[in-house]
Design a protein around this ligand. Sequence first.
Ligand code: F6R
Length: 248
Amino acid sequence: MRIFREKDYDAMSRRAASVIAGEVVHNPSCLLGLATGSTPEGAYKYLVDWYKQGLISFKDVLSVNLDEYVGLAPTHDQSYRYFMQSNLFDHVDIVPEHTRVPDGLTKDAKAFCSEYDAYIRSKGYVDMQLLGIGRNGHIGFNEPDDHFVKETHVVDLAESTIDANARFFATRDDVPKQAISMGIGAIMGAKKVLLCASGEDKADAIYNSVCGPITPKCPGSILQLHKNVVLVADEAALSKLIAAGVEV
Ligand code: F6R
């Protein structure tokens, strides 16, 4: 695992954006696996900025997102489709039909999930998968469990995830209780993984993912088995690794 130690959120965002831009420049028709949430927001701002300066183009890029809340329409301002449109897609030259986010309103989740996986497989898996990480170690919405789920699936969100995401909703009760998430199979199938983290509240999840036992109790720990992971994190998120004397 290659680790980039950055001083703060902005530096982490800039570094993450440059890793993504590097992929797009070297492989203009790549399949990018994308994430939502506070972590990648800053990186998306840099990418939009560099697109506006004419430094990168997304015209041949394909994308698949990690997850979506069950029950939220794409127009709901807390849906992950809405997040992607407003933070990235609406501001760059990506072709709308080239972007995929799980359909939170699907009537047939089982068929939808197997079609999502079939699409990813048909492309030879994702070229670069961007990941944030939950405080509980989740990647995508693969929550701590007693086993890893390989396929895209409907997941019951952990209480801690509902707590963490309540900040985006009027009340905690408004947070959807389920999501559709890419499984560990598609994430581990990615040719490259870019894991990003910022802030002290991610320090345990990062420590456990990098140094802890490989266990579905900390889904991020599976990344220890991936051959090509780049971790971009600020010093606060790396603090437990640094304190443990891990060279970063
Ligand atoms: C988002 C996703 C989640 C988030 C994680 C961290 O698409 O899959 O795993 O990356 O919950 O969220 P933030 O970045 O808001 O702390």
